[in-house]
Design a protein around this ligand. Structure first.
Ligand SMILES: Cc1cc2nc3c(=O)[nH]c(=O)nc-3n(C[C@H](O)[C@H](O)[C@H](O)COP(=O)(O)OP(=O)(O)OC[C@H]3O[C@@H](n4cnc5c(N)ncnc54)[C@H](O)[C@@H]3O)c2cc1C
Length: 393
């Protein structure tokens, strides 16, 4: 892949930069820089603004409303968005379900759901993990049993991010208990307002509520909500996970965060001098920068493969593992730079909603990055199997 931008790319970069400069609401910018959690209405408003500009579903093909950009332009777009401290706004519909429906959905499912995802009319959550099925996802027990033209679904989903905001859940369910356990899994779309669904909050170590456990008791779901064939759920789940893992790497976000850390280290003082002049701090910043450059070049390889029409392979696990390690390194540096200001009550008390008001929350939440989307240990197993032979989850 040619990573030098040509004149047209550079013009595009200027256009994107100017747009974000003019259109990113200051409150969203502040929250992105400080790490404060965004609320649903803020994310929806922001996504609709991007959609109105034609810039929300940047990875989707043009026939479904994508802008038809080259991978280079998508990369430029992401860099400029993050550099402007404009949020990406987590959307499982855009990143995960959209590509699945394009690959496995019926024409009716595509026609119904894709425009609604693009216009943010539906909020999707991911119902994969269960109390006894995380890394060993194929052990999932939530059962969908045929009852006339419907399924009756019973079971429980765990760690379901934003289930309390969601209007819909894409869900892995067991439709057969015989044969290989992977073969009895199906991919089902469930409206969250159906009778028999209960969402219970889980407050995480950062003190926020984004996680939930979802209980499904005799939930009636029409068979038209099945994606693909009965028993095809495992293949669909794996396809979706490659998209999820590639998106988790967050190269643009890391670059923007590192630039912010450099600026913060130049502002903070230690021993009467700017902290950035401290030898130990310089070494830490340099190491983080080198790790990030390595991540960025791996990302280029994935972009090149995508540009050549290939689906992401082992690189998605590599990106996920490297990207989350860099995210954690950067969040640790943030705390190092914040020092005594990292205590939230101090920063909030003295400076109101200051730069470091949510640094400790971001640090705590970033511990989960090496778990969600498939834990580090499991990603390393996947990589070993894919690169050294033997198949993979
Ligand atoms: C913040 C957050 C958000 C999440 N959001 C969602 C969501 O929206 N939807 C969803 O479906 N899930 C979600 N998850 C769940 C996530 O995918 C699982 O937590 C993850 O897959 C690990 O599963 P587990 O928690 O059951 O841990 P386990 O699978 O029980 O693993 C426990 C430990 O054992 C290790 N381990 C397990 N198997 C192996 C092995 N074979 N070799 C070596 N080590 C192993 C793991 O690495 C881990 O350290 C989320 C998790 C978090 C933390």
């Amino acid at each position: 892949m040619d990573i030098d931008f040509d004149a047209e790319d550079l013009a595009f970069q200027r256009e994107v930069r100017a747009w974000f400069e003019a259109n990113t609401p200051p409150e969203l910018r502040r929250k992105t820089i400080t790490g404060e959690m965004l609320q649903k209405d803020e994310i929806v408003r922001w996504q609709r603004r991007l959609d109105a500009q034609g810039w929300l579903v940047t990875g989707w093909p043009q026939e479904h409303g994508g802008p038809g950009w080259t991978p280079t332009r998508r990369y430029i777009f992401d860099l400029e968005r993050a550099a402007a401290s404009a949020p990406i706004g987590l959307s499982m519909g855009v990143i995960m379900l959209g590509p699945v429906l394009m690959a496995f959905g019926t024409p009716e499912q595509r026609a119904h759901y894709l425009p609604r995802i693009r216009r943010c009319e539906d909020w999707w959550c991911q119902g994969y993990s269960e109390p006894g099925a995380g890394s060993d996802l194929a052990s999932l027990k939530t059962a969908a049993v045929t009852d006339g033209g419907d399924y009756l679904v019973n079971g429980s989903k765990m760690w379901t991010t934003y289930a309390h905001w969601a209007t819909h859940m894409f869900c892995l369910v067991r439709t057969a208990a015989t044969g290989k356990k992977q073969e009895g899994i199906s991919f089902l779309l469930i409206e969250m307002d159906r009778a028999g669904i209960e969402v219970r909050p889980i407050v995480s170590i950062d003190g926020e509520h984004s996680l939930n456990q979802v209980f499904l008791t005799d939930v009636r779901v029409p068979k038209k909500n099945l994606v693909g064939r009965e028993g095809q759920g495992w293949d669909i789940a794996k396809y979706l996970l490659t998209h999820e893992r590639t998106s988790i790497a967050g190269v643009a976000e890391c670059k923007a965060l590192l630039a912010n850390l450099h600026a913060a280290a130049a502002e903070r003082r230690s021993g009467g001098r700017p902290l950035v002049e401290d030898a130990a701090m310089r070494l830490k910043l340099a190491r983080a920068e080198i790790e990030l450059m390595a991540l960025e070049y791996t990302n280029f390889r994935v972009l090149a493969a995508t540009a050549a029409g290939k689906a992401p392979g082992p690189e998605s696990s590599l990106l996920k593992t490297m990207g989350t390690a860099v995210q954690q390194t950067l969040s640790e540096l943030d705390i190092d730079i914040a020092a005594e200001k990292a205590w939230p009550w101090r920063e909030r008390g003295e400076f109101g909603r200051g730069r470091y008001a949510h640094a400790m929350e971001r640090y705590c939440y970033s511990r989960a990055a090496t778990i969600y989307g498939g834990s580090d240990e499991v990603q390393k197993n996947v990589l070993a199997k894919m690169l050294l032979g033997g198949g993979a989850r």
